[in-house]
Design a protein around this ligand. Structure first.
Ligand code: F6P
Length: 549
């Protein structure tokens, strides 16, 4: 019955999207001088402007009807209630609890998770303050100057993104992030760091991830060579759910900061995994980050669907992906400090929404998560924006603008903002043949040349974007922004009927790497492979004979 209702809602939506002119945006602005006011919403510090999309009142109503039919409100209630919404792993998804205030209530199933969670947070704070205040010192009795986080995926991307975004010259420690198992990454890092001054955090939810374990072993050897075994242990801490494995690695329990399996890797920057942030930026900044995310949690939890920023952002995505068939989306933050945001969102969105079967196991009848990519503006304008303006398939854009900079170069900031606004306007308005002809004529271009160049110089326009505007970029506003995207992903999971909290698709490659690894060591193919893989293993063995172990 519920399924019938949502199929009817999908059908109504798709019928609207199939109407001639459904993808046109300019007529909507022409018809409605209040479109910006009516198609933007503010909560906390985040203004979401979704007016530059082809959503009509009718399409928005159809999307909201879909959200009702898909019981997004019911899903949201189960999410916050700690139900096992991650059905394929039998777990809750309670990253919101990590940023809860002490008075908030969160349970996983019937277990009150707040006491343990607040206790870990208190230990993180005490450790952070002790390092900053010199109560925890290096093996040589000096202050730590650098913190190195070794982790990958969610144990790297979120913290690395935030550390980059909130770095400031007064930051208490220099933060570094090592993810790739590529030895070049370690060699580069090692050259930058002094083991006698560096605190190493090994961040891994499972504490089994091949890349992280390999890098952790290299770092431990590096510390031991410089400081001896006892000294090295003063320079290490681990952030993990796998307490047995951290013990086996030789980390004493007072240096282990735990979290639970209901924290998904890509949602874990708020947990002990965020310790690198607290150390690099200061405890108060980390606490403000959590507080900002909580503002968005409360909004998401309580606001009606039609006023709810994560829900609206998800509905815009459905309109683009399913209604209009746009298979990708770009994230353009006009703020250099957000350079790593697209990488973080790629994991949050693509690992969550890159699914081809519904919760029931049945193949999806419609597209799910789009490809997400991005670069900071204005750099993107000089690389891939050509395709967004004149390519064959529209690519919706998330523009992120920050009103007030944290530098004194107002002219640079005006130029940055002008470019961001201009890109969105150019995508929307385009440039028609008449305007191109007039421009070329006034520049004295010959008529034959105008005719030849005209098709190349026309911009089709009607290319959608949303804009998120923050008053400034700080821990509090960044927390709100990141949580907005997290909840958007959860809503899309409910709308598409998929599990946004598992990631089975990353397993096969890991298994095969473990098959191929001994073959590279032996220099011969030992297991059946496709002819290409077998051929390449043979070539590698010939090109790198020293690689045999
Ligand atoms: O391979 C994907 C993944 O499982 C991510 O989901 C996760 O964030 C990452 O690996 C790292 O996992 P861990 O924190 O357990 O080392």
């Amino acid at each position: 019955m519920a399924e019938d209702k949502s199929e009817a809602a999908w059908a109504a939506l798709m019928a609207l999207a199939a109407r001639p002119g459904a993808a046109e945006i300019r007529p909507l602005f022409a018809a409605d001088p209040d479109r910006f006011a009516r198609y933007s919403r503010q909560t906390g510090d985040v203004l979401l402007d979704f007016s530059k999309t082809a959503l009509s009142d009718e399409a928005l109503a159809a999307l909201l009807a879909l959200a009702e039919a898909r019981d997004v409100a019911g899903f949201r209630a189960r999410l916050f209630a700690g139900a096992a919404v991650n059905e394929t792993e039998g777990r809750a998804a309670l990253h919101m609890a990590l940023r809860a205030a002490p008075e908030d209530q969160f349970s996983a199933g019937t277990e009150n998770i707040m006491p343990e969670l607040l206790a870990v947070r208190a230990r993180m704070e005490e450790f952070t303050r002790a390092v900053h205040e010199g109560r925890i010192l290096t093996a040589k009795g000096e202050r730590f100057t650098d913190v190195l986080n070794i982790g990958i995926g969610g144990s790297d991307l979120g913290p690395a993104m935030v550390a980059r975004a909130l770095w400031n010259p007064d930051a208490p420690l220099r933060g570094h992030f090592l993810a790739n198992v590529d030895g070049h990454a370690w060699a580069e890092m090692q050259a930058k760091l002094d083991p006698a001054r560096t605190l190493v955090l090994i961040a891994s939810k499972t504490f089994t991830t091949q890349e992280t374990m390999a890098n952790a072993a290299l770092a431990r050897d590096w510390l031991r060579a410089a400081l001896g075994e006892a000294g090295a242990s003063q320079h290490m801490a681990t952030l993990s759910t796998n307490l047995a494995a951290t013990g086996a690695f030789g980390i004493s329990p007072d240096r282990v900061f735990g979290f639970r399996d209901w924290v998904g890797g890509r949602f874990s920057l708020w947990s002990a995994i965020g310790l690198s942030l607290a150390l690099a930026l200061g405890w108060d900044a980390f606490a403000r980050l959590l507080a900002g995310a909580r503002v968005m949690d409360q909004h998401f939890r309580n606001a009606p669907l039609a006023e709810n920023l994560p829900v609206l952002l998800a509905l815009v995505e459905v309109w683009h992906v399913n209604g209009l068939g746009y298979p990708s989306r770009a994230v353009l933050a006009y703020d250099e400090r957000l350079a790593r945001l697209p990488a973080h969102l790629q994991q949050v969105e693509m690992e969550s929404l890159g699914k081809r079967v519904a919760l029931s196991g049945a193949p999806l009848q419609r597209a799910s998560g789009p490809v997400v990519f991005g670069e900071p503006g204005t750099n993107a304008q000089h690389s891939f924006m050509q395709l967004l303006h004149q390519g064959t398939t529209p690519v919706p854009v998330d523009f992120i603008l920050v009103a007030r900079p944290d530098h004194a170069h107002a002219d640079s900031h005006r130029k940055l903002l002008a470019n961001g606004l201009a890109q969105a306007e150019a995508l929307l308005m385009g440039k028609d043949a008449a305007a191109v002809i007039a421009e070329m004529r006034s520049a004295g271009v010959a008529e034959a040349e105008i005719t030849r160049l005209l098709p190349h110089r026309v911009f089709p326009g009607d290319r959608p974007s949303v804009t998120m505007l923050l008053p400034q970029l700080d821990a509090f506003t960044l927390g709100q922004l990141v949580a907005l995207y997290e909840h958007k992903v959860a809503v899309l999971g409910a709308l598409w009927g998929i599990n946004p909290f598992d990631q089975w698709g990353v397993e096969l490659g890991k298994q095969l790497a473990n098959v191929i690894l001994p073959e590279l060591s032996a220099g011969v193919v030992q297991k059946p492979h496709d002819a290409s893989t077998a051929g390449l293993i043979g070539k590698l063995a010939a090109l790198w004979p020293e690689g045999r172990a």
